[in-house]
Design a protein around this ligand. Structure first.
Ligand code: NAP
Length: 535
């Protein structure tokens, strides 16, 4: 389906990205009377769900909660088929949203943005695309996604591989047939853990190259019946309200008591229950698992025992048992991941402490052994949170560069704005809860905040808003404060930029939880944007 053929280049708002953030922004802002244009480099909508088409890709937030709340009619009309929706179904939902709210006419595809420059004289953002086209808008909103710039590791010989090479985050649109092929998967994070069982079902041989064993719990995915869906729909307002009062903006079974004060019998009972429920409920079995190292250890030991129960080869089981804190790296949810390693044609190669030496034309060399491969799948993740933003050369007041501003960290205010970058907003930017939460309520909250802010400016005949440096400093201090004592801030993860060589280390997502965060954002609105300079 075609996008806009309108050749206008001047707008109130330009939104970069046609994922769920961009789509809701367009709908909301257009409804408020702003002229809006979305630009996206993809050929269609969907953002994350456009690019991540790898086998087994599925959202690990429950589908009934991983969807928009802003339209009760949409909420009631759409029928999710499974507890956790697979990528094609989520993409169908995105298309449904587009058609239902007639969004396509304001979206421009195949338009990679190269530069975004603030024109101080006219208080407008100038957006330049790869085709040299210049567009301009009073406001610019980066809806570029947290996990959208793929990380392709620098391994010698990668460009000389003669077989097929795929990155999970840039999967082809045509189905890939692995039948009869020898496949190597590099990486064992969420994308790998979802795709490995599906690839194994087709491939002649599958070799998994594991640098770090990640924690995974059973998803317990299943079809959703008419009755269950109906019951959830009937209670939607209550479920959504409860979700927004929780740390991760998800309505999960929660036990608000510490493991540190529970007996061994209670540990077994609660962890068993969480394991059986499936998904993130395992980590909410007690309230101190991410704050108390001993409690975390109990959760980890229970989960390791579960892995050992499944994996038949003791040596493989030990390699698959993570040694890291459970829940500090993003927890993975799987369907038959550990069972896959019981299949005779699936091998696990431990590359911890010994990087892959070289990609060969017909395979790869690791730990002195050559592995012949027809296909290599890079499940190597993303340059998270900042990657997609910094791929664009963003210049604010006085020509200041965001790349320079973020050289040693990600100073920001509320994860929505940056001092020195007037009239620029980021949806789920570094400094906001984003990846620590269910993305859909996080997106809705940010979009509504931005929309309210733009209406405030219009109502007060203002056309310029910029966070003060003091507000930014205070937000940084507060963000550091709430991170204290949280085990997630203590280890090397993509949350702190550790997966990208040379990337500055700082905890990028806000870790104070969704309720505290939304309270802080509301206080700024209630103060009539006192932490901003406006004119
Ligand atoms: P990831 O969690 O960053 O995992 C990347 C994997 O590649 C890790 O095992 C990493 O090892 C490995 N790796 C990276 N560079 C390597 C190299 N040079 N040599 C060997 N191994 C290398 O990436 P992801 O699995 O794509 O997931 C990223 C995030 O996307 C997730 O945490 C989640 O937030 C989101 N996601 C969500 C879903 C879902 O909703 N179901 C699905 C997929 C992804 P190390 O651990 O040793 O660095």
């Amino acid at each position: 389906m075609s996008a806009t053929n309108d050749t206008a280049t001047q707008f109130d708002v330009i939104v970069i990205g046609a994922g769920f953030s961009g789509l809701f922004l367009l709908h909301r802002l257009r409804g408020l009377g702003f002229s809006v244009r979305i630009v996206d480099k993809a050929t269609d909508v969907g953002g994350t769900w456009y690019w991540n088409r790898y086998p087994g890709a599925r959202c690990d937030v429950e589908s009934m909660q991983y969807c928009f709340e802003f339209s009760p009619e949409l909420e009631q009309d759409w029928n999710w088929s499974e507890r956790y929706a697979a990528q094609p179904e989520i993409l169908r939902y995105a298309h449904h949203v587009v058609e239902r709210f007639d969004l396509r006419r304001d979206i421009q595809f195949e338009t990679p943005v190269e530069t975004a420059t603030f024109d101080e004289v006219n208080s407008r953002w100038l957006i330049n695309t790869d085709a040299g086209v210049e567009m301009s808008a009073r406001y610019c909103v980066m809806a570029t996604g947290c996990l959208s710039a793929p990380n392709t590791p620098r391994i010698d010989g990668l460009d000389r591989f003669e077989g097929a090479l795929y990155h999970t985050g840039r999967w082809p649109h045509e189905p890939v047939d692995f039948s009869g092929l020898r496949v190597g998967v590099i990486g064992t994070g969420s994308s790998a853990i979802q795709s490995i069982p599906v690839i194994a079902a087709q491939a002649r041989e599958l070799t998994v190259f594991q640098r770090t064993a990640h924690w995974s719990v059973p998803a317990r995915n299943r079809p959703l019946g008419e009755q269950e869906r109906g019951e959830i729909k009937a209670r939607y307002p209550e479920i959504r309200a409860r979700a927004k009062k929780s740390f991760a903006a998800s309505d999960l079974r929660v036990n608000d008591a510490p493991a540190a004060r529970a007996s061994a019998k209670e540990h077994t009972a609660l962890f068993s229950e969480g394991w059986e429920i499936g998904g993130f409920a395992y980590m909410t079995s007690f309230n101190d698992l991410l704050f108390n190292a001993d409690s975390n250890q109990v959760a980890a030991d229970f989960a390791r025992a579960k892995i050992r129960e499944v994996v038949e080869d003791d040596e493989v089981a030990e390699l698959l048992c993570p040694k890291i804190i459970i829940g500090a790296k993003r927890l993975c949810l799987d369907t038959n991941y550990y069972q896959t390693f019981n299949l005779a044609h699936v091998k696990l190669v431990d590359i911890s402490g010994a990087p892959i030496e070289e990609i060969l034309p017909n395979g790869l060399r690791a730990r002195g052994t050559d592995y012949e491969l027809d296909v290599i799948v890079l499940a190597t993740g993303f340059d998270a949170m900042t990657g997609a933003l910094l791929n664009i050369d963003i210049r604010g007041a006085n020509g200041a560069s965001l790349r320079e501003k973020w050289q040693a960290g990600t100073p920001n205010f509320l994860g929505l704005t940056m001092a020195g970058f007037p009239n620029l907003f980021a949806i789920n930017g570094p400094g906001s809860p984003s990846v620590f939460t269910n993305m859909m309520p996080a997106i809705e909250h940010h979009v509504k905040w931005v929309a309210e802010c733009l209406c405030y400016l219009r109502d007060h005949e203002l056309s310029h808003i910029e966070a003060t440096p003091e507000a930014e400093t205070q937000w940084g201090k507060h963000s550091d404060e709430v991170a204290k004592g949280n085990l997630r801030a203590t280890i090397d993860t993509w949350y702190v930029g550790a997966n990208i060589p040379g990337k500055p280390r700082s905890l990028m997502p806000y870790i104070g939880g969704f309720p505290l965060y939304t309270e802080k954002c509301q206080a700024v609105v209630d103060s009539n944007y006192a932490e901003f300079n406006t004119r």
